[in-house]
Design a protein around this ligand. Structure first.
Ligand code: CA
Length: 219
């Protein structure tokens, strides 16, 4: 299993990397929260230290959960109940307080992964609003039955909105999802892509701007 390990302490990271490797996993270690947001798509599980140099681990978790169901085990020196509860509420699958016993960590990784592989109900993959149809699997968009050609990024912006049709999606979330990382995304390029998508669809009423927040596809 590909385990992304976010840990700024070299000693801890070295010991964990070795233990993971010895037990048949493929660990990849990063030091900063931003690296987690940029690389989570290449992992099957995230081991997340909360005390990272750039971002608080709970903030990393919140941003990650906005875009990904990746199993997360939090590793931290913070054993106080409030941090544990906050971590779990933000979507951590498990929580281990340092110093971690390696056998226990490996067992918990296995348990979390077992739960995560239980198949969820498939989400509807074709979204229709008025006469605009977005097929998320085939990556096709039609308006009134005629295909509309979007660039890759334009489609991804529209798909991110269509996957939650009828719900307001924040700019931050769109940028996280389409560009993989809101830190790297230029806010203006989101506007440019949305303007293009609107122009190509020719149905201004299906894409609503929610001032100061984000956008919504459908009612
Ligand atoms: Ca740390």
């Amino acid at each position: 299993m590909r385990v992304l390990l976010a840990e700024d302490d070299d000693g801890v990271a070295g010991a964990l990397t070795e233990a993971l490797y010895d037990n048949g996993h493929l660990p990849a270690r990063v030091r900063r929260g931003e690296d987690v947001l940029a690389r989570h798509r290449q992992a099957d599980l995230l081991l997340l230290d909360l005390g990272l140099p750039d971002l608080d681990g709970l903030e990393v978790l919140r941003k990650l959960r906005a875009v990904s169901p990746l199993p997360v085990v939090v590793l931290t020196a913070r054993g106080d109940e409030r941090s544990v509860v906050r971590g779990l509420r933000l979507g951590a699958d498990d929580y281990l307080v340092k110093p971690v016993r390696l056998a226990e960590l490996l067992a918990r990784i296995e348990a979390v992964t077992r739960r995560a592989t239980t198949p969820a109900a498939p989400a509807p993959r074709t979204v229709r609003v008025a006469d605009v149809e977005v097929d998320l699997d085939a990556r096709r968009v039609t308006v009134g039955g005629a295909e509309v050609r979007l660039t890759t990024k334009e489609f991804e912006v529209l798909a991110a909105l269509a996957a939650r049709a009828g719900t307001a999606v924040s700019r931050q979330q769109l940028m996280d999802e389409v560009w993989g990382d809101a830190f790297l995304a230029v806010s203006r390029s989101l506007d440019v892509h949305l303007t293009q998508v609107r122009a190509k669809l020719g149905r201004p009423e299906v894409l609503t701007t929610i001032r100061g927040f984000g956008y919504r596809f459908g009612d």
